[in-house]
Design a protein around this ligand. Structure first.
Ligand SMILES: [Zn+2]
Length: 118
């Protein structure tokens, strides 16, 4: 079993990753609409990125694919956080073996062990 300290550490990682992905997704979606500038300016980090908006529009097509994979990643993170609440986090959803903590550290949203990933 994971000790609570390790789980807490992994939870923080998941939350950080979730935040990072959500920011990336909202940025892409804002570019899509081409509006909401006032909304953007309330966030200093995004304001800095406005100069890159022209480039972002060109990247719109490839962003769609990135968006999709980011959303899938987000679902995995949410699922992992839910498993933490339920107390089933860290177990392989396929073979029920515990996932090695090294793997969880590298990829906290993992829900299968390496053997079952393939
Ligand atoms: Zn497994």
């Amino acid at each position: 079993m994971l000790d609570s300290k390790t789980q807490e550490e992994l939870k923080q990682k998941l939350l950080e990753e979730k935040k990072r992905i959500e920011e990336n997704i909202s940025k892409t979606e804002t570019g899509k609409k081409g509006t909401d500038r006032e909304y953007e300016t309330s966030f200093p980090e995004i304001e800095r990125d406005q100069e890159e908006n022209a480039d972002e529009m060109e990247m719109y097509e490839s962003n769609l694919a990135v968006d999709e994979s980011m959303k899938k990643e987000l679902e995995k993170i949410d699922a992992a956080l839910l498993r933490m609440e339920k107390g089933t986090y860290g177990k392989c959803s396929n073979c029920q073996q515990e996932i090695p903590v090294e793997r969880l550290r590298a990829y906290p949203q993992a829900d299968t062990c390496l053997g079952c990933q393939k």
